[in-house]
Design a protein around this ligand. Structure first.
Ligand SMILES: [Zn+2]
Length: 272
């Protein structure tokens, strides 16, 4: 599944070629991708210009002149920008025909991705975006500290709770705990304000590194035909049994909140 850095890379990749283009017509080949009634979705946004592409967590928001729609890629969703006369291939589910004979095409082998109309002015206050917490880039460490004080859940599990802190997926949660030198099962309410400040700073650092490199390649993802181009150096994630890059102890794998959790027993001894 693409995580925040991948979606941010997709956003940046799409922005240049799409901004100021007009949606001339839309073909929906697999209706369940559109959460609204298909005809309504098509009628509402046809003939509108794409003004911006925004992102909240892992959601892309196509901001048009009078409306907006959100797009969640889920497991395998991909966008391609191709000349209109390019042959359709399997798994192409939604086609936005743009001016200048270009198509924006949405592909999804798993068909789990979704699109939905939202209010162009208030989409952050609408579901599903309204229930999401703030990203590390925007969060106030003191507010996060107050939230964490209320829960004894493992810190690793809380890092994945999108209503507490938005945009950290499993890969990055493992890497953040490693850089914090914290045990992933340490209770969240054991963290001091100083440690929460560190947590926010390290989260920003890890996400920015991943964005700078365009995300990881652990799962297939693609924006505009870019596929498997980027690689982030991971210290612990997916490295069960391999030596810790700091101390050489074998990386352990446990389950925390049902998710594969990789850590170094020796380096990550801190419980606060
Ligand atoms: Zn170690």
């Amino acid at each position: 599944m693409p995580e925040l850095p991948e979606v941010e890379t997709i956003r940046r990749t799409l922005q240049g070629p799409l901004i100021n283009r007009t949606i001339e017509s839309i073909e929906v080949l697999y209706a369940p991708i559109i959460e609204d009634e298909t005809e309504l979705f098509i009628q509402q946004i046809t003939h509108q210009k794409i003004m911006d592409i925004d992102r909240v967590g892992k959601y892309l928001i196509f901001v048009l002149e009078n409306d907006a729609f959100i797009s969640h890629l889920r497991m395998e969703g991909k966008y391609y920008i191709v000349p209109k006369d390019t042959a359709y291939t399997k798994h192409c589910h939604v086609i936005f025909h743009l001016n200048d004979d270009l198509d924006l095409r949405y592909y999804d082998t798993r068909k789990f991705g979704r699109m939905k109309l939202v209010n162009v002015h208030h989409y952050r206050q609408e579901l599903p975006l309204a229930k999401l917490g703030k990203e590390p880039f925007d969060i106030d460490p003191k507010a996060l500290y107050q939230l964490l004080k209320k829960t004894g859940r493992p810190i690793k599990e809380v890092l994945l709770d999108q209503s507490v802190i938005l945009g950290i997926g499993n890969i990055y949660a493992n890497e953040i705990c490693f850089r914090m030198k914290i045990n992933p099962i340490a209770p969240a309410n054991h963290l001091t304000l100083k440690r929460v400040k560190e947590l926010v700073a390290i989260s920003i650092e890890v996400l920015n590194e991943a964005i700078a490199q365009g995300g990881t390649t652990i799962h297939t993802f693609s924006a505009n035909g870019i596929d498997g181009l980027f690689q982030v150096r991971l210290n612990v994630h997916g490295k069960k049994g391999q030596p810790c890059p700091v101390c050489g102890s074998p990386i352990e794998k446990i389950q925390v909140g049902g998710r594969g959790t990789y850590y170094c027993k020796k380096c990550q001894r801190k419980k606060t």
